[in-house]
Design a protein around this ligand. Structure first.
Ligand code: TNX
Length: 757
C-alpha cells in the first residue's frame, strides 16, 4: 500500500454528499487489490453491504470476499458493530495505508459507511463493466458521521405515470447512495390505481388503466388527448420484492392510499363508493376533481379491507392515508351524505371530513400501524396527535407542531416536479421554480417555532409528482442532482449550509451520474439574471452561473447565444428595448448550458407604484404590484406561473403612480394571446389619467371587437397629455370549460406587464 501521485479527483472534504459531520484527512492512502478482504461480524451487515461490495468487485475485477472478521488489520475492510456510537445510523470510518476500519451503530451505519467509501473511490467504480488499470485507492481519512433527522424521505407518484419495478429499484439505490431512508410511495390517485388488492380486483383491472392522457399541459387551451392507453400496477409479489430490496438498503417504505379525494380511479372500478350516479372514469387530465368517496359504513369497510392488505405487505410502521385537496361540495349536494352526517351528529361537511379521517385513522391503528396524512387532515381540528406531511407552508407547519403533531416537512422548495431553471429549454413542468440552490438554501424551520415544538419535526421529504414526467429519463432529470441537495439538507445538522463548497462537491457527482448513465440535469449551470431598474431609467442586468469553470456568453438582438457570442464580463446597462439571451459555456469541454431570454422594455411605468383594485396573484411570494411594472416581458417565454400576474375570475384594475407628472401618449398591456396554456387576454380595456388620483379623464378605450385572437397586447394611443396617475381597467369576460369542475367558469386573465410611453 503506497501513496500514489495521481490523486483521484479532489481531496476528501471536496467529495462526499451529504457532508459528513466530522472528517480529518490523514496522510497516505489505502489501495484495494486482488487480495483485499471484507471482514464482518454479523450476517445482517453482510446483507446490506454485499450489493455495494459486488459493485466494487465488478468494476475493479477483484474478488473482495466477505468473510468473518478474524482481527486482521492488513489489507482488510473491517466492518464492526459498535453500540458505543451516538445512535442509530451512525458510523466511523478510518482509512489508513494498511486497511479500512468501519465501526457502525447498526446495519444502516454500516451501509452508510460503505456509501461514503464508495464516494471516496474514483468515479470508475460506478461502471457496470470492469475498468482496466483503475486507481483503486482511497485517501487516508477519519470520518465520524451521524444524521440530523431520523426521517429523510423521497416520494414518488406512480399514479400519474406508472414506473417499472426496475426503475423503483434504481430509485431506491439512488436514495440509499445519498443516505435517504424513507420511500413515500404514492400508489393511488385519480389517474390510476397501482397496487394489486386481492379483495377488490377491479381496482387494478379497471382502475389501473386510462384510455389516454392530456397532451402538453392540462391547463392548455384546447388541450387534446394523446389517444394512447396508459397504465400498469404492481402485483403483491412485486411489492414484496420491492419491500425486500428496500429493506437491504435500510429504506422504510411508506405506502400511500389517498382518500377520500383523488379517488377517480377507485370510483371508476367501484362506483358504489361515490357520491353521485356513475359512471366514473380514470382521469385523463390532471388537477383537483370533484368526485370523492362517500363517507358511508360500506366505504369505510372497503377502506379497511384495502388498508388491511396494504398493511400486511409493508413491514414499516406507517400507512399514509392521503386526505389532501378534498373538495367536499358533493357531500353537501348528496342526500345520502347529509343523512350520514345527521346520523353521526355532524353539523357540517368539515365535521364530516374530520370524522371520516378519524375513522380511517382508527382503522390504521387497529391494523397495528401509525397513520400519516397530508396536513389537510388537520383542517377543522383533529382527534389526538397524528403525523402529518406538511406541504402547505410555514403556517400549517407551525400550527401542527405547536398542537403536538409529528411533522414531516414537504415545503414547496422540496418539490421535484417544479422547473429547475428559467431556461427556455427546460421540459414542460407542472409550474413553480425550485432551483438546486433554492432547495439547498431554503429555510426549513421558521424561526418563530419554539424549541419544544421543533422536536415534533421528524424530518422531511422531497416530492416527485409525475403529471408531466412520463419517462424514466425525465424522472432522472427531475431528480438529479436535486436529490443531492435534499439529502444534504436532511442529513447535516446546520440549518444554513454554505452553497459554494456544495457546488464544488457536486461537480464530482455530476461526473458520476454520467458514468452511471443517469440523465442528470445540468440546469445548475444555466445563467441566472438579476434585473434592477435604474433611477435614471433603463435597467442593469447582472448575469451569473454557479459553474466555476463556466463563461457566460450573450446576445442583445434576440438571437440564440452560443460559445462564440459576446463574453459577459460585467453588468449590462439596457436603456432601450432589447432582448438579452445568454448561455454558460464550460471552458473545459465547450458544453453549453441553458437558454435564458430576457425581453426588456424600459418605459415610464417601470418600477412605479401600483395600487391594485382587484385581487391578483403571482404565486410563489412575488408581489404582483412590482411584477406588473418590472419592465420584463414574458410573452415569448415558456409558461411559468410566477412570471405572470393572474386575475382569477376578476377584471384587472390598476392605478399607476408615475411619481411626478409625465407627458404620455400610449399605454400597453401585455398578455399571451394564444401562445401558452390557460392564458386568456382581457376582452376590453379603458385608460384614464389624473393629476390627483381623484378626478379622472378617460383618454382611450379598446373594445372586444378590436382585440384579435393572436394579439399579445392591447395598446391604447391618445393625444399626448401630462399626468401623474394612470388608471388601467381591463375586462375579463371569458368563461371556459374546466376539466376539474367539469363546467364552464370564468377564466384567469394573465398579464405580464403594463407599459406607459
Ligand atoms: C399538489 S402536494 C398535490 C398533488 C399534485 C401536486 C403537483 C399534494 C398533497 N397534492 O396532487 O400532484 O400538487 O405539484
Amino acid at each position: 500500500m503506497t501513496a500514489t501521485d495521481s490523486l483521484p479527483e479532489a481531496g476528501v472534504e471536496a467529495r462526499v454528499i451529504p457532508m459528513p459531520r466530522r472528517q480529518r484527512t490523514g496522510s497516505g492512502r489505502f489501495r484495494f487489490d486482488a487480495e483485499t478482504r471484507v471482514c464482518i461480524d454479523s450476517e445482517e451487515v453482510r446483507r446490506c453491504i454485499s450489493p455495494l461490495v459486488e459493485m466494487l468487485s465488478r468494476s475493479t475485477g477483484f474478488a473482495l470476499p466477505i468473510v468473518k472478521d478474524d482481527g486482521s488489520e492488513t489489507n482488510t475492510v473491517r466492518v464492526l458493530a459498535d453500540a458505543g456510537l451516538s445512535g442509530p445510523e451512525c458510523y466511523r470510518l478510518r482509512v489508513t495505508n494498511a486497511g479500512i476500519l468501519i465501526r457502525a451503530f447498526d446495519r444502516a451505519g454500516a451501509l452508510y459507511a460503505w456509501q461514503t467509501l464508495r464516494q471516496l473511490l474514483p468515479a470508475g467504480i460506478e461502471a457496470s463493466q470492469p475498468v482496466r488499470d483503475g486507481d483503486w485507492t482511497v485517501p487516508a481519512v477519519e470520518i465520524e458521521d451521524a444524521p440530523r433527522f431520523a426521517y429523510r424521505g423521497m416520494h414518488l407518484d406512480v399514479s400519474r405515470h406508472f414506473f417499472s419495478v426496475g426503475f423503483i429499484k434504481r430509485y431506491l439505490d439512488w436514495m440509499a447512495k445519498y443516505k435517504l431512508n424513507v420511500f413515500h410511495w404514492h400508489l393511488t390517485d385519480d389517474q390510476g390505481w397501482r397496487i394489486e388488492i386481492a379483495g377488490y380486483p377491479r381496482l387494478t383491472s379497471v382502475g389501473a388503466w386510462r384510455p389516454a392522457t392530456v397532451r402538453g399541459h392540462t391547463l392548455d387551451r384546447d388541450a387534446s388527448l394523446d389517444g394512447c392507453a396508459h397504465g400498469g400496477y404492481y402485483t403483491q409479489d412485486e411489492v414484496r420484492e420491492i419491500v425486500e430490496y428496500a429493506c437491504t438498503r435500510c429504506i422504510t417504505i411508506v405506502p400511500e392510499i389517498d382518500m377520500p379525494g383523488h379517488c377517480s380511479a377507485l370510483l371508476a372500478a367501484y362506483p358504489q363508493f361515490g357520491c353521485r350516479e356513475g359512471p366514473f372514469e380514470v382521469e385523463t387530465h390532471f388537477g383537483v376533481f370533484r368526485d370523492i368517496l362517500n363517507p358511508s359504513d360500506e366505504t369505510l369497510e372497503m377502506a379497511k379491507d384495502v388498508l388491511g392488505e396494504v398493511a400486511a405487505l409493508f413491514p414499516g410502521p406507517y400507512l399514509h392515508i392521503g386526505g389532501d385537496e378534498v373538495d367536499t361540495a358533493q357531500w353537501e349536494d348528496s342526500d345520502e351524505c347529509r343523512r350520514i352526517a345527521q346520523e353521526r351528529g355532524l353539523d357540517s361537511t368539515k365535521a364530516l371530513y374530520r370524522d371520516f379521517i378519524a375513522r380511517l385513522r382508527r382503522t390504521v391503528n387497529e391494523l397495528g400501524k401509525e397513520p400519516i396524512g397530508w396536513d389537510d387532515i388537520l383542517d377543522g381540528g383533529s382527534d389526538g396527535p397524528v403525523t402529518v406531511t406538511v406541504w402547505r407552508g410555514d403556517e400549517k407547519l407551525v400550527a401542527a407542531a405547536r398542537e403536538g403533531h409529528d411533522v414531516i416537512l414537504a415545503p414547496a422548495a422540496f418539490y421535484f416536479d417544479f422547473y429547475q431553471s428559467e431556461s427556455l429549454d427546460e421540459p414542460l413542468a407542472v409550474h413553480g421554480l425550485t432551483t438546486l440552490r433554492d432547495m439547498y438554501e431554503c429555510r426549513l424551520i421558521p424561526e418563530s417555532l419554539e424549541a419544544p415544538a421543533r422536536k415534533r419535526i421528524l424530518g422531511g421529504e422531497g416530492l416527485l409528482w409525475t403529471e408531466y414526467v412520463a419517462t424514466e429519463a425525465h424522472a432522472e432529470y427531475m431528480l438529479m442532482p436535486r436529490l443531492c441537495a435534499l439529502a444534504e439538507r436532511l442529513w447535516c445538522s446546520s440549518d444554513a449550509l454554505p452553497w459554494t463548497p456544495f457546488a464544488a462537491r457536486l461537480r464530482h457527482h455530476l461526473r458520476r451520474f454520467e458514468a452511471m448513465n443517469v440523465n442528470a440535469s445540468g440546469s445548475v449551470y444555466n445563467v441566472t439574471a438579476d434585473v434592477t431598474a435604474l433611477p435614471e431609467g433603463g435597467f442593469r442586468v447582472s448575469l451569473d452561473t454557479a459553474g466555476d469553470r463556466h463563461a457566460i456568453r450573450y446576445t442583445l438582438d434576440g438571437s440564440a447565444a452560443h460559445a462564440a457570442s459576446l463574453l459577459y464580463e460585467s453588468p449590462l446597462t439596457v436603456t432601450s428595448r432589447s432582448t438579452v439571451r445568454a448561455v454558460s459555456v464550460d471552458t473545459d469541454d465547450g458544453r453549453t448550458y441553458g437558454d435564458i431570454r430576457l425581453e426588456l422594455s424600459p418605459n415610464k411605468a417601470s418600477g412605479c407604484d401600483v395600487t391594485l383594485n382587484t385581487a391578483a396573484e403571482t404565486g410563489w411570494g412575488l408581489h404582483p404590484e412590482r411584477r406588473l411594472v418590472d419592465g420584463l416581458l414574458r410573452r415569448e417565454g415558456f409558461f411559468l406561473h410566477r412570471q405572470w400576474t393572474g386575475f382569477d375570475g376578476v377584471s384587472p384594475d390598476a392605478v399607476l403612480d408615475l411619481r411626478d407628472a409625465q407627458r404620455i401618449s400610449r399605454v400597453r398591456v401585455g398578455f399571451a394571446g394564444r401562445l401558452h396554456r390557460a392564458l386568456y387576454p382581457p376582452t376590453s380595456m379603458r385608460v384614464a389619467v389624473s393629476d390627483d388620483a381623484s378626478s379622472w379623464r378617460q383618454v382611450g378605450r379598446v373594445h372586444a371587437a378590436d382585440i384579435g385572437p393572436g394579439d399579445r397586447c392591447i395598446e391604447v394611443e391618445f393625444e399626448a397629455v401630462t399626468a401623474r396617475y394612470v388608471h388601467v381597467r381591463c375586462e375579463n369576460g371569458v368563461s371556459a370549460y374546466s376539466h376539474e369542475t367539469k363546467r364552464e367558469q370564468p377564466v384567469t386573465v394573465y398579464i405580464d406587464q403594463i407599459e406607459v410611453f
